[in-house]
Design a protein around this ligand. Sequence first.
Ligand code: FPP
Length: 250
Amino acid sequence: MKILRKKTTTVEKNNLPKHIAIIMDGNGRWAKKRGNIRLLGHKKGVDTVNEIVTAAAEIGIEYLTLYAFSTENWNRPKDEVFGLMDLLVTALENNLKKIQQNNVVLRTIGDINSLPPRTREKLQDAVEHTKQNTGLNLILALSYSARWEIEEMVKRIAQECVEGKISVENIDKTIINSHLCTKNIPDPELLIRTSGEYRISNFLLWQIAYTELYFTETLWPDFTKEEFITAIADYQSRERRFGKTGEQVQ
Ligand code: FPP
């Protein structure tokens, strides 16, 4: 399926999505096309992360969630897994100053305790050092999958029911939201997936109930600020009905 879109260079400032989520896909194919190892694609992918984080902060996006490592990614070859974990450490070391200059608040979602100690410590350190910032919330999904998150949420709510803190009849979407990793984070209005794959791959399944989806053929290392702006403009051209009729929302 090839989607043709008009390229746009501007966005309307009064209709910005508060929260954009991105499935950064295609690093491996980008490297393979050039006869390189997959890790080189991930390295180039970090440059794209830098470009898009800077763009999001400039545009005035409040939350940007990046799917950086899924629960299922642990099944990849060990050298790729540990290469990615090291890359994360290097990316944090090289960019912490810029993250601070851009007033970015770094946060994580996922099973952070399962990460190698060095990666986990670097992340916790960066989270601690940026928590006073007031700009873009950059949320890295690491060792994350939506089904894992939902399992954890169900276990915690069940435990609180057993302890008498919650009654079963009071369980509603507010209680569910407050037991997810994304507690206090608004649902994304826009989800972007690169690399021509038309799947959600276990990402934010609860939170994307009404999210607008933007799929592009571009591989993540080739994704640019210009295409990010095109995706936002595409979102702004859509009518969001939330189950109502077109007339009701006009
Ligand atoms: C998917 O491409 C990408 C990943 C599993 C890792 C994404 C990680 C980065 C962009 C770098 C680290 C990120 C941060 C936040 C510093 P793939 O490997 O599945 O590509 P393929 O489908 O072409 O094989």
